[in-house]
Design a protein around this ligand. Structure first.
Ligand SMILES: Cc1ncc(COP(=O)(O)O)c(C=O)c1O
Length: 457
């Protein structure tokens, strides 16, 4: 069977397949700027396998068809979501990861890569200020990291079989918390939403009154989730104050920093996250801004032993580990996992601390620039200190705002700017995320003009 690389000789077929596929990918990048972020239409290749397998030539042709119809994150106008273009080293990391096909379930299936994951998590923990006992685990996305954190928090509180246990998060928390409620077998009302202030931040004073209320009802709270970077406006909850509340009440603090925790890697931006070091657990998603190809998310924990005490099963079909470390598949929900840390490690090595800082600062600069050019007499802008902003016409009711958002999103797409259209509160906004390093101030000037002209004077 010549579809598997030879373990004896240089496999020329694989060599040329990789070469041609890589060259096609480079062409795809090169032509992305002349296309739009989204294709106008697309064609799918034949989907089911034929009776006999097709040649590499056909495979490459079919691949091209898929590529042509794909979203193009490197187009300078791709500003809709938290999906930046990938770092070149990260692309290579993904390819090598697929070739190695190691399994992060257990040490014997990924000796170097398990160790790499541990060390990388520890580096993140140290940068974000978690103490000596800290550690973490990689997960396929922020939703999974948040779920693991909540399962762990409930377990550590000893409330895993209490159907009335609750946790708190702000009105603007991410939908993954609602999914976690369902997966954890909790009642919908177990996620108690705390109102936000006018800046979209969790209102601390409501935490005290809400805790008092649930205690009076005989319920117990196992976690507070502070969001560092809300999905629509990038607001950062007052982590420091929430941490004080959690310490006083002996409640687990999870910081959903899927968007914002990455800013803790630079001393210039880490002040935005005051109190982060007091968290019991933190979700951080390098996929959302640093250009690590999807998926890349870490769950970091102040006391790593809480991960193993929550998830460890003994894994009876793998060789036990010597020493204190657990197999990586024993400290989280996932068993078999790809070596996502490889592309994260290689991407960070390529950037260096200077490169990381440049990305973080560049994203905020572009956000501030766009914000400065949007006409405030026409639009209400909502934005925190991070790299996203959302805006909606000031003088429109919610139905007019909805019509405007659909029309403007479409007309921006014809000008090759892709923004998203979140529903926030009672109305639609358009949202721009400045995670794309290919977007220049000139692009943003043009975008702001189009936005300002979407409403007549
Ligand atoms: C604040 C926040 N938390 C968690 C998530 C979930 O991350 P993922 O989409 O990687 O599961 C998101 C996604 O946008 C988010 O904005």
């Amino acid at each position: 069977m010549d579809h598997f690389a030879s373990p004896h000789n240089l496999d020329r077929k694989l060599h040329s397949l990789l070469g041609e596929a890589s060259s096609n990918l480079c062409d795809w990048f090169a032509e992305s700027g002349s296309q739009g972020p989204m294709p106008d239409s697309f064609e799918l290749p034949e989907v089911p396998p034929r009776e006999k397998g097709v040649s590499n030539k056909v495979l490459l042709k079919e691949l091209k068809l898929l590529m042509n119809g794909s979203f193009r994150p490197s187009h300078p106008g791709a500003l809709a979501h938290l999906d930046p273009p990938p770092l070149s080293a990260s692309i290579v990391g993904e390819l090598i990861c697929a070739g190695l096909n190691n399994n992060l379930l257990a040490e014997e299936l990924s000796p170097t890569l398990s160790s790499l994951e541990r060390k990388l998590c520890k580096w993140f923990c140290q940068k974000l200020g978690l103490g000596d006992l800290s550690g973490g685990v990689a997960a396929s996305g922020g939703s999974l990291s948040n779920l693991m954190a909540l399962v762990m928090a409930r377990n550590i509180a000893g409330l895993e079989s209490d159907p009335n246990a609750v946790f708190f998060a702000s009105d603007d928390c991410h939908v993954s918390l609602s999914k976690a409620v369902r997966i954890m077998g909790l009642k919908r009302e177990s996620l108690i939403k705390i109102p936000t202030d006018e800046n979209g931040k969790l209102n601390i004073s409501c935490l005290f009154s809400t805790l008092k209320k649930i205690k009076a009802e005989g319920k117990k709270c196992f976690a507070v989730v502070a969001t560092a970077g809300t999905t629509v406006r990038g607001a950062i909850d007052p982590i420091y104050g929430i941490a004080q509340f959690c310490q006083k009440e002996n409640i687990w603090l999870h910081v959903d920093g899927a968007i914002g925790a990455i800013y803790g890697l630079s001393t210039i931006t880490s002040d935005l996250l005051d109190g982060l070091a007091s968290a019991d657990s933190i979700t951080v998603n390098p996929q959302k801004l640093l250009g690590i190809s999807k998926t890349s998310s870490l769950l970091l924990v102040a006391n790593k032993s809480h991960l193993s005490s929550t998830f460890s099963t003994g894994l009876p079909y793998a060789e036990p580990l010597k020493g204190n470390d657990s197999h990586c598949g024993e400290i989280g929900i996932q068993g078999t996992r790809s070596a996502e840390s490889l592309k994260l490690w290689i991407g960070l090595r390529q950037l260096g601390e200077e490169g990381i800082e440049k990305i973080l600062l560049g994203s905020i600069k572009r956000k501030c620039y766009l914000e400065s050019r949007i006409d405030k007499s026409k639009f209400k802008i909502i934005s925190g200190s991070l790299h996203l902003l959302a805006f909606t016409p000031i003088n429109y009711n919610s139905s007019q705002a909805s019509d405007w958002s659909i029309k403007t999103r479409n007309s921006l797409l014809t000008s090759k700017f892709m923004l998203s259209r979140p529903l926030y509160g009672d109305r639609y906004y358009l949202k721009a995320v400045m995670g794309n390093p290919n977007t220049t101030f000139d692009h943003l000037k043009k975008l702001a003009n189009l936005i300002n002209h979407s409403i007549s004077d």
